[in-house]
Write a protein that binds this ligand. Structure first.
Ligand SMILES: [Zn+2]
Length: 454
């Protein structure tokens, strides 16, 4: 395959926005061409395919650093790596990060082998967060294998949930053992497990999904985040709080920890919906943990995004078929919703078009900052010579209607059903090949590559 040249685009590069285009092949981006200065590309001939972007935005392929494509629990997640890839690519996401979450019987080698096999049909590039569960001392015996042989350099910790629950003193021990290196990072599901247990005991089980919000109020998240923020400060650990939701957590970004050492991730569903969705018959469709919050919390999340302080948008894509959701109690329901296909266009429409988020911040939020935090930059999340040719064209004049009719993955309902957004993803390239033409995904199972990080 030869070279491709995109012209007449508004290109978002690490240096800012330029008008022009890029030249690339399957090896990567060869040149960024600024139409205002002289084009300096060499070696172009008639074999170069030229695409006129018609003034559309050209941004790096999205990185969704928190998805679940199959992998855990007794109830199957609607998307596996293949069907999840189709949704991701149609939504402009070309790289995902999923998890190696060991069961009680598994050691590091077993869980990595299992998840590598699961991902063998992926059509997006992928990396893994390694979950340090209650058996973390045993798992860490294989540290050299995890990091040096497999290229996995970051860890997911849970402070709540069955056999994965760690206490704060466990977390401190892990931070102290692993934080000297400076390159490792920790993604943390932060909720106060004791407080949740206490509230669940007090309120009992119910088919009313508003109990999910009552047993997991803001304080459940914030108390844990505050403690983790302090631990990160003491130990030097680099921490990202997974799916953060509330104003008090956001306020931690104003504390004087070094930029890049304490990050928050949030998800489109916390920006799009409030806890009122949990009331009524459809409530079960909207359950995830932490639960949906108030309008004031939403406003705080948006303010932090617009200010460039909250810099990672993931989806925690974990959809279940409606038949596993409906008719359950809040303690028995599988928690999780869809999102991987909608994240980029949602951020464009509601961030850029509606709230004036700048395009460089849009790129930070949807790819660049995750790439930096997780050691993939500038290969990913960056339009520059030498970076992977993962590229997305967004037509700001187009519109997108979300929902099952538009879905490319295997979900059977979407919490975003019928939502109308500004902007449209018109073309997506991954590894220099077109994988989405605005209508159809054309990718092969197994075309995604595992991203080892050194
Ligand atoms: Zn998750």
């Amino acid at each position: 395959m030869g070279r491709t040249r995109i012209v007449n685009a508004r290109v978002v590069t690490p240096k800012g926005v330029c008008y022009g285009g890029v030249v690339f092949d399957e090896q990567g981006i060869i040149a960024v061409e600024d139409a205002a200065t002289e084009c300096c590309t060499t070696g172009l001939d008639d074999s170069v395919e030229t695409i006129d972007a018609g003034g559309a935005w050209l941004v790096p392929g999205g990185i969704d650093p928190h998805v679940h494509f199959g992998g855990f629990g007794d109830i199957p997640i609607a998307d596996d790596f293949w069907t999840g890839s189709l949704g991701a690519l149609a939504g402009g996401t070309t790289t995902v990060m999923d998890f190696c979450e060991p069961s009680v019987e598994e050691d590091a080698r077993a869980v990595i082998a299992r998840r590598m096999a699961d991902a063998s049909r992926s059509a997006v590039d992928y990396a893994f967060h390694f979950v340090l569960s209650e058996q973390y001392r045993d798992l860490l015996r294989d540290l050299a294998y995890i990091e040096d042989e497999c290229g996995i350099r970051d860890y997911k910790l849970f402070t709540v949930y069955g056999n994965t629950t760690l206490t704060l003193s466990d977390v401190r021990e892990i931070f102290e053992r692993l934080s000297d290196d400076g390159r490792r990072t920790f993604l943390i599901h932060a909720e106060d497990a004791d407080l949740v247990a206490c509230l669940e005991e007090e309120l009992g089980d119910s088919a009313d999904m508003q109990y999910l919000a009552r047993t997991r109020p803001d304080a459940v998240e914030f108390r844990e985040c505050e403690a983790l923020h302090e631990l990160a400060g003491e130990t030097g650990a680099r921490v990202c709080i997974a799916h953060s939701t509330c104003a008090e957590t956001v306020a931690l970004l104003d504390e004087p920890l070094a930029r890049g050492q304490f990050e928050l991730e949030t998800c489109p569903h916390y920006l799009a919906f409030t806890e009122e969705k949990l009331a009524g018959e459809q409530g079960a469709r909207y359950t995830m943990v932490p639960p949906l919050r108030s309008e004031a919390d939403q406003a705080a999340l948006w303010d932090a995004i617009l200010a460039g302080k909250l810099r990672i948008l993931s989806t925690d894509h974990c959809p279940y078929s409606a038949r596993y959701k409906d008719g359950k109690t809040y303690q028995a329901i599988p928690n999780g919703v869809d999102g991987v296909q909608w994240r980029m266009i949602y951020a464009f429409s509601e961030g850029v078009a509606k709230r004036g988020l700048t395009m460089p911040r849009f790129v930070d939020l949807t790819s660049a900052n995750a790439a930096r935090f997780y050691g993939m930059w500038p290969r990913k999340g960056c339009i520059a010579a030498g970076s992977d040719a993962d590229l997305v064209l967004i037509d700001p004049a187009g519109t997108t209607t979300l929902g099952i009719d538009a879905s490319a993955s295997a979900i059977d309902y979407s919490i975003y059903e019928g939502m109308e957004l500004s902007g449209r993803i018109v073309r997506v390239f991954k590894g220099g090949r077109e994988v989405y033409d605005g209508e159809r995904v054309s990718a092969e199972p197994g075309s995604g590559r595992f991203l080892a990080r050194s």
